[in-house]
Design a protein around this ligand. Structure first.
Ligand SMILES: [Fe+2]
Length: 188
């Protein structure tokens, strides 16, 4: 991993100590990086936005993500970077760019997929099937905190088929879970 990633990781660790939140940020980083590659975009940049998208959540849960600016500006992140993070506010009023749509589309979904993997006997992402994720999405009692509507509408806004989107994110997470870069804090 390069300098951009090292810096983002250092800053995340400075502001976030909760292990689950760090795992969530890593999962979003992985999904963003995989989509950047698919779309021919800058993988490190998309990954860094993913890794830092909840950087203010632990300190300012009530005003998240609007404290991102003060935490990141002093670290040299520019307006565009901060905007990309602020755009994952569900009530964001402006049109979203492809990066911003993708961030919204992977934020809740990564958590839901990991929740699906954790209830399997082997607690693994390997061989987790799209149909089982789709089935659990309809089960209102399962992973109640995950907003299904956001998953549906954000995938639609991104212009991807929901099943293909789920499959893509499962594969990205499952590959990364085995990768040496993701052993310091395992995502699952
Ligand atoms: Fe998030």
């Amino acid at each position: 991993m390069g300098e951009i990633r090292d810096k983002a990781w250092r800053i995340l660790k400075k502001h976030v100590s909760n292990d689950s939140l760090i795992k969530h940020c890593l999962a979003v980083e992985i999904a963003m990086g995989a989509y950047a590659e698919k779309f021919g975009e800058n993988r490190e940049h998309w990954g860094a936005v993913g890794l830092l998208h909840d950087v203010d959540f632990e300190k300012y849960p009530e005003h998240h993500p609007y404290h991102t600016r003060e935490l990141l500006e002093t670290e040299g992140y520019d307006e565009e970077f901060v905007n990309n993070i602020e755009s994952h506010d569900r009530n964001w009023m402006s049109d979203r760019t492809l990066l911003q749509k993708t961030l919204l589309a992977v934020d809740e979904l990564t958590g839901f997929i990991i929740a699906c993997a954790l209830v399997r006997p082997d607690k693994s992402l390997d061989n987790l099937e799209v149909k089982s994720v789709m089935k659990k999405m309809k089960d209102k009692a399962f992973a109640k905190a995950v907003n299904r509507e956001t998953i549906y509408t954000s995938a639609e806004a991104m212009g991807v088929d929901l099943r293909e989107h789920i499959q893509f994110v499962i594969k990205a997470l499952s590959d990364a879970a085995k990768h040496p870069d993701y052993q310091e804090v395992p995502i699952i």
